[in-house]
Design a protein around this ligand. Structure first.
Ligand SMILES: CC(C)(COP(=O)(O)OP(=O)(O)OC[C@H]1O[C@@H](n2cnc3c(N)ncnc32)[C@H](O)[C@@H]1OP(=O)(O)O)[C@@H](O)C(=O)NCCC(=O)NCCS
Length: 183
């Protein structure tokens, strides 16, 4: 695992799930009143999902945690995932032949702009190299300027712009599929 003077990156354990669920809901849920009302419910569902992924991990699944001075500073997950296709609504089962896909990258607000996300992405690249996977994929909303800048600066390039189905996601922005070729 990688250590810099400030950031330590390690694998998540089941003891982390509640803190991680809080970080993810705080980072990804809108802050309006309706979402605030559902937050406890969403958080406990997320904690259960995380616990099940950590205790019965799918092939090549990793969840990383970054700490700064001992405090939870950020997280990211990586796993095999089929890329979305025209028949997106059909159930898709991930297999080790699928590309490696990054999700749930989030940094605690107090620790942002201090290289935490960049350290997590570097560690994910090391994992992909160790698995001999030449590419890493991720999705980002086009209006998430901080994340788009982070990924561009980290060497990710636009693969394609995807439809954002308004029925399931009221956010008007489009969704970008980005890729980094690492070997
Ligand atoms: C996006 C996010 C993960 C960035 O984490 P971070 O630890 O602050 O990122 P880093 O410090 O490693 O930033 C590296 C580079 O990314 C870019 N960047 C990061 N945050 C930025 C911002 N708010 N505005 C513009 N550029 C930004 C900069 O180029 C930055 O380098 P610099 O600080 O030297 O200018 C963080 O803002 C976050 O958790 N956001 C909410 C969750 C989210 O949107 N996750 C991504 C889902 S796709």
């Amino acid at each position: 695992m990688q250590t810099t003077p400030l950031t330590t990156v390690r694998s998540a354990t089941p003891a982390d799930v509640h803190a991680l669920a809080r970080l993810l809901t705080d980072s990804f849920q809108p802050s309006d009143a309706w979402w605030q009302w559902t937050q406890g419910w969403v958080r406990s569902g997320l904690a259960q999902d995380l616990e099940s992924r950590l205790t019965r991990p799918p092939a090549s699944y990793r969840c990383l945690v970054a700490t700064m001075s001992g405090f939870l500073a950020g997280t990211v997950e990586v796993a095999h995932r089929p890329l979305p296709h025209e028949w997106w609504w059909l159930p898709q089962v991930a297999s080790p032949q699928d590309p490696l896909y990054i999700s749930n990258l989030a940094v605690t607000p107090a620790w942002r702009r201090q290289g935490v996300a960049s350290s997590l992405l570097q560690e994910v690249e090391a994992i992909a190299r160790s698995l001999c996977h030449p590419r890493l994929y991720l999705h980002v909303m086009a209006d998430n300027i901080a994340a788009v800048q982070l990924y561009q600066r980290s060497g990710y390039r636009l693969e394609r712009v995807e439809k954002n189905w308004p029925l399931f996601n009221p956010r008007p922005s489009s969704k970008l599929l980005m890729v980094k070729v690492i070997m």
